[in-house]
Design a protein around this ligand. Structure first.
Ligand code: ADP
Length: 579
């Protein structure tokens, strides 16, 4: 049966029963009223008149107005004849009263009237007792029937009270439980309700939904498993070692290559806490050491690994995996993947190139020196006069050979840097000679452009901890760039100042400056700002960086595009303090 029908039936029957009870009670109250009302109007009044007539009868011989009082009551009684035989008795009283009126002292008539009145009273009293018997019976019947109807109402209401709420609430409770199971991904959950109507429909729909969800989740799981296997195969077949970690730092996978290079067994690596493995294995420690650092703080140097009986170089790439969970606003960190790119071939090629450049630049030095010597000889007036055209040509050759010498010098420096063979000898050395050397080396070029060097040296500074040759080279490079990128008649500030326990050297020009987007690139090898003056190699600043960092110093630049640049380096003032 439908819930709606059940509710209509239940509430409707309760309503009907209340109506029935009210009607029954009303009906019996009406009947009782009718019964007792009869007694009051028909019999009680007659008894009253009879009593008045008896009282008046007593007074008739003595009082004159007694007759009229009697007559009044008699007339009232004549209008109130209700019982069988009452008419005759009343008529008898009327007849005898007529006789009494003509002879009020007649005791015989008075006695006859008294008898009549007594009979009248008896007739009415008998009627009263008969009627009260009827009223009693009606009351008993009312009690019986109303009790019966009340009991019936109670039973029906009780049955409804027990059944109706549970009939509705039980299926809802079962449905709620099943929905919770589905929400908890138990798609095997089904509803079993012995029910008809709306609930049967609901059960059918719920079970269909659960079935479809189960089917969908199974197909999804299968798809995910297939996808997982595919990715595992892909990672396993990669030629680069790959190690995956979860968000708690537990190693969750490592491909064949990773296992090979670490020389660990798979079970010694996979499924274990990364810091624990790192404690046991030096290579793993090296690979995992930057995991907890932010990406920009991670080391970028290649890792050298001895594997497969040869030295190999790997570039480490740590990828943080962040995913955006469905329905959430912020992404969650779920782990990291470490990829080691084998760069051995490139490294070998790079080394071959460096060696080649080193050899070539070294070999170039002797012929260039010979050319310069030849130029000097040619410039000597004693050897012979040159015409102005020849002097011009000679100047061109001299400039080119100077540039060639500078380039070969820079290339040689670079090969030193690249092969990791920078020889640094740190000493507490005077600041002044370093500056004088750099100024002298650039004075000629500066004079040609009428550029002035302005020295601003803190008089309290005398010494610095530095490799004076390399530091002078860096300062020379800063000055030559500053002269090159300054306008004519400009000034260049060479500043030496104290910063706590370090000394800061800076060269500030008022040239074109450097666009902000190139600022972090200019210390890279071979980088030249697009559109820069011809003649450079893009190596000067990168070599300067290597030289300063090899001394434990810091190098940098500040530039305002269009207003000039300020290149600086900071070195220790004393002993072992850091700059
Ligand atoms: P280069 O041999 O080209 O001078 P550097 O490594 O010394 O090589 O400099 C790299 C680039 O930085 C230069 O090509 C130039 O574009 C830019 N640069 C260096 N110094 C200055 C400066 N003082 N003013 C403007 N640009 C500069």
């Amino acid at each position: 049966m439908k819930i709606k029908t059940k509710l209509t039936f239940g509430v409707g029957s309760l309503f009907l029963m209340i109506l029935l009870l009210a009607a029954l009670s009303g009906w019996y109250v009406y009947r009782l009223k009718k019964d007792t009302g009869n007694i009051l109007t028909a019999n009680y009044n007659t008894l009253l008149y009879a009593k008045n007539m008896l009282l008046a009868l007593e007074d008739i011989p003595k009082k004159n107005d007694a007759l009229s009082s009697f007559e009044n009551n008699l007339n009232q009684q004549r209008k109130n004849v209700t019982e069988p035989g009452e008419q005759q008795t009343t008529d008898a009283i009327v007849k005898h009263f007529g006789q009494l009126k003509s002879n009020p002292q007649d005791m015989m008539v008075i006695s006859a009237i008294r008898k009549d009145i007594t009979q009248l009273m008896q007739q009415n009293m008998a009627a009263i007792s008969a009627k009260s018997l009827v009223a009693d019976r009606t009351a008993e019947q009312a009690i019986l029937i109303i009790s019966f109807a009340g009991a019936l109402c109670f039973i029906i209401a009780f049955i409804l009270l027990i059944n109706l709420p549970s009939n509705i609430a039980d299926p809802i409770a079962k449905l709620t439980g099943s929905i919770r199971q589905i929400a908890g991904q138990n798609y095997k959950e089904r509803l079993h309700l012995q029910s008809t109507g709306e609930f049967a429909e609901l059960v059918r729909s719920f079970n269909t939904m659960a079935e479809k969800l189960e089917e969908y989740s199974e197909s999804k799981l299968e798809k995910i498993l297939k996808e997982k296997k595919r990715i595992e195969a892909l990672v396993d077949n990669m030629h680069d070692p790959v190690i995956g970690l979860d968000e708690h730092g537990q190693v969750i996978f490592a491909n064949e290559e990773a296992i090979n290079i670490t020389t660990l067994k798979k079970e010694q690596l996979v499924g274990r806490f990364a810091p624990l493995v790192a404690e046991e294995n030096d290579l793993i420690r090296d690979i995992f050491k930057d995991l907890s650092l932010p990406p920009d703080k991670r080391e970028k140097h290649p890792i050298k690994i001895y594997a497969n009986e040869r030295e190999s170089y790997f570039e480490k790439d740590i990828i943080d995996i962040n995913v955006l969970p469905t329905g959430e606003a912020n992404s969650t960190f779920i782990g990291q993947v470490v990829i080691l790119k084998n760069i051995t071939t490139f490294k070998e090629l790079d080394l071959a190139k460096t060696n080649f450049i080193g050899t070539v630049s070294h070999e170039f030095k002797t012929p260039i020196a010979a050319i310069q010597m030849g130029i000097q000889l040619l410039e000597n007036e004693q050897i012979g006069h040159l015409n102005p055209e020849q002097i011009g040509l000679l100047k061109g050759i001299k400039d080119d050979s100077d540039r060639l010498l500078k380039i070969t010098g820079e290339l040689l420096n670079m090969t030193q840097v690249e092969s990791g063979a920078i020889q640094i000898s740190l000493h507490t050395t005077d600041v002044r000679p370093i500056i004088d050397y750099a100024v002298m080396a650039n004075q000629f070029a500066a004079d040609q452009k009428q550029v002035k060097f302005v020295l601003e040296i803190d008089p309290t500074i005398n010494t610095v901890v530095a490799d004076n040759e390399k530091t002078a080279w860096v300062l020379t490079n800063f000055l030559s760039n500053a002269v090159r990128y300054s306008y004519e008649d400009a000034s260049i500030q060479i500043r030496v100042e104290k910063i706590e326990s370090a000394i800061r050297f800076s060269v500030t020009d008022h040239g074109q400056g450097i666009e902000p987007k190139y600022l972090d690139k200019i210390f890279e090898r071979y980088f030249r700002v697009p559109g820069s003056k011809k003649g450079g190699t893009g190596l000067g600043l990168s070599i300067s960086k290597e030289f300063i960092e090899a001394q434990g110093g810091v190098i940098g630049v500040k530039s305002e595009y269009g207003a000039g640049s300020s290149f600086y380096f900071i070195l220790r003032a004393r002993g072992s303090n850091n700059p």
